[in-house]
Design a protein. Sequence first.
Length: 481
Amino acid sequence: MVGTGPRSLAPLLDGWRTAGEPAFRSLAARVRLLAVDGRLASGSRLPAERELAAALGVSRTTVSAAYAQLRVSGHLESTRGSGSVVRLPPAPGGRGRAPVVLDLTRAVLPCAPQVHAAAVRAAAELPARAAAGSGYDLVGLPELRELVAARYTARGLPTRADEVLVTPGAQAAIGLLARTLTSPGDRVLVESPTYPHALDALRAVGARPVAVPVRAPGARDAGGWDEEALEGAFARTRPSLAHLMPSFHNPTGAVMPPGQRRAVVELARRYGTRLVVDETTAELAIDGPAPGPFPADAVHVGSVAKTLWGGLRIGWVRADARTVRHLAQHRSPWELGTAVLDQLVVAHALPELDDVLATRREQLRAGRDALLGLLAAHLPGWGLPRVAGGFCAWVELGSESSSALVTAARRRGLHLTAGPRFGLDGAFERFLRVPYGYGTGVLERAVPVLAEAWAEVRTDGADGAGGLDGAGGPGQPGDVV
């Protein structure tokens, strides 16, 4: 069981007070949201009432009442002598719980039709593969590695098969890189906001993230990476590793221009930093061509989850052959290889990826245009980004209300992820990630619900005094993709 001390919990609770509402209710609502979003892991122990009260500058009575409300809602379990432990209530459906209507916590696309035929061909091939070996393989099927290498080469980055390692998805690749390329206490440069599970992987190995701001492109602002902050972070901390998403960044949608990419490579060389470039969204262009791959002096991470289907847990690392061998040697005991059947499916589908991407472009364009139009009509005070690719919009709310809004929306059956899930230490309460890959029909149902929740937050200043009804449901806490 992991304990959460008052010093580490206090930043996550920053801005928890809500005007016009009893302090204990505001505190309980924020802790519930942290648990549902995965920022407080189920099973973690909260600080003692007296300790948290001192850290927040409130009375012990306030914390005691908040803990009592959390016990009633099923989000806290207290045992004499053992403290108070975060819990998640059962899935919705019981009396008094609103059914989950829409789950937009995951930024995904539907399965590409090409996967179906590829799965049939792969299944027919599986018996021969099963008879030929044990199925345990730490580097990946040779033909799939060849296909991934050929795609990099075609995009302008010459690659050989021995420079590719196949993994069970991009997140597994990031976790493997974090375990093998960093040591506890190492500084790791990350973007802010960033992909939450990348932060989780780095923190799990004891790395210390160093944040560099990224802004969403807007009507009057090109957005992107703060050059001065980038240079300062490299020079000040000399990070051992840097994790970047330079092509349709998740969640802002920003694209790093070629000149800045070259500058980052030079900074990494100067300060001895290993660059890890996550390009899982790199080919999801909507307007114009997709950006080329990042310069070769980096470790590249890719996946088919955003292009073919998330249910195919296939990703890869593209690096020099020596690094690939090193990674393969250190996969065990966390991983013993990658599923052979999934690899076969991807090997059969990958040659058709250009056709898949053409369809994806149309799907994403329709979703983006529908979302931005609906938001402009229903929520005209929000700041909308200029989205040229990727699968989500990083929307500015105009006030620090993201957690309150997500709580109010959940009560209405709409599940979204609050902005702070994408930042360090409770940042980004002014922002909300809204995916648009679900199709116009889903968005037409979701945005009016979101507008209704926003009206409650703005009118009443309430952020969940009545509790988080339906806190379970599709998309388990912490699942942000």
